[in-house]
Ligand binder design. Structure first.
Ligand code: HEC
Length: 152
């Protein structure tokens, strides 16, 4: 038990440090690009797999949904520090990410807040609430993509 507590404490202390030093963790721009694409791919996977439940095609297993949203909550914070200066070339990242850094930050915060809301309702078993929070989250993905991701 004591070991677990120590481990949790270590994680709590270390997590913000990781976030702060993220920029320094990418030796090359390509490393940052790989990192953000990988985390966005995971976000997409964990978000998308809830769609059948939201659509009513599969039964609402509240515990499973909650566990998945917990993963998504952690993932939702990861990509942003990997949009490092000089890492735009050859990617779908628009120059506005850097020229309008405040707007990009706001789009991240909207998304993260939507995921927090999703996490608050996800364990409740209330499908209507889940549906609404899922829709708001999807809208926050789209809003950011519309402004900051190159359309294909
Ligand atoms: C704050 C802005 C922002 C939010 C929020 C956001 N994205 Fe993105 N997303 C981007 C940008 C910018 C790229 C392009 C990254 C690049 O090419 O370097 C991207 C790329 C992607 C990719 C392609 C990754 C790859 O391998 O090229 C997927 C998939 C994706 N986003 C899904 C999502 C989903 C699903 C959500 C919401 C659940 C979401 N994104 C939320 C900005 C965002």
């Amino acid at each position: 038990m004591k070991k677990i507590k120590l481990l949790l404490l270590a994680l709590t202390v270390a997590a913000p440090l990781f976030a702060q030093t993220a920029q320094a963790q990418f030796a090359k721009p390509e490393d940052a690009v790989k990192y953000r694409k990988a985390s966005l791919t995971l976000i997409s996977s964990h978000f998308g797999r809830m769609q059948p439940t939201v659509k009513g095609a599969t039964p609402y297993d509240a515990a499973a949904i909650k566990a998945n949203v917990d993963v998504l909550k952690t993932l939702s914070t990861l990509p942003w520090a990997a949009f490092t200066a000089g890492s735009q070339a050859g990617t779908d990242a628009k120059p506005e990410i850097w020229s309008d850094a405040a707007g990009f930050k706001q789009a991240q915060q909207k998304f993260e807040a939507a995921v927090v809301k999703l996490s608050e309702v996800s364990g409740s078993g209330d499908l209507e609430k889940l549906r609404a929070a899922f829709g708001d989250t999807a809208a926050s993905c789209k809003a950011c993509h519309d402004s900051y991701r190159v359309k294909k």
